[in-house]
Design a binder for this molecule. Sequence first.
Ligand code: ATP
Ligand code: MG
Length: 200
Amino acid sequence: MRAMGIMGGTFDPIHYGHLLAAEAAREALGLEEIWFVPCGQPALPKAEPPCAGHHRYSMTVLATVTHPQFRVSRVELDRPGPSYAVDTVRFFRTEVAPEAEWYFITGADALAQLPEWYEYRTLLHLCHFVAVTRPGYDAEEFRQQLAAEIAPQVQTLRTPGVDISSSEIRERVRTGRSIRYLTPDPVAAYIYKHRLYLAG
Ligand code: ATP
Ligand code: MG
């Protein structure tokens, strides 16, 4: 049975936390490919609107281009309306690999919000939901807080956690501090070239 992964996110910008989480999940779960899916319109409100989708897409491509099993999808960017994971998983199941088992990978923090996700119960029927280590969040504790019938459909995975966030990268760029080793060099170069994240 093929096993495939989806890593959703705003990727504003993508960083080593995302990449390490995906790679650890790929290895632990034996995933053949991981699809990075930058969101179009975030389904849950963010503190600030994300930068243009084409920039987030380009940075995600730059960050993943050297990995033979990492791929980037425009499916959420090209779909009008809010980006719901359930629609995305349906798309991959029908259009990309109907015969595969699909794993939706998130960081531990996302698990706390899962009950707010649109049609999350359907989502859990369509794919395996995996929450990996993210420093500062206890995935297992969040899992146990889920309703009793939901918790068994979610798995947590211990991975080498790195405490990096896109918000911190944006803040660092805004205040002229270094982002080296937080995100791949081509992503940092892209940010400076296109003068992203300078306005507060
Ligand atoms: P922001 O600070 O803007 O919220 P972020 O760093 O949390 O950005 P997102 O694009 O919101 O990045 O996250 C996409 C997915 O990646 C989510 O499932 C999130 O839990 C996960 N993720 C982000 N950073 C890490 C990290 N350092 N370790 C593990 N998972 C992470
Ligand atoms: Mg986040």
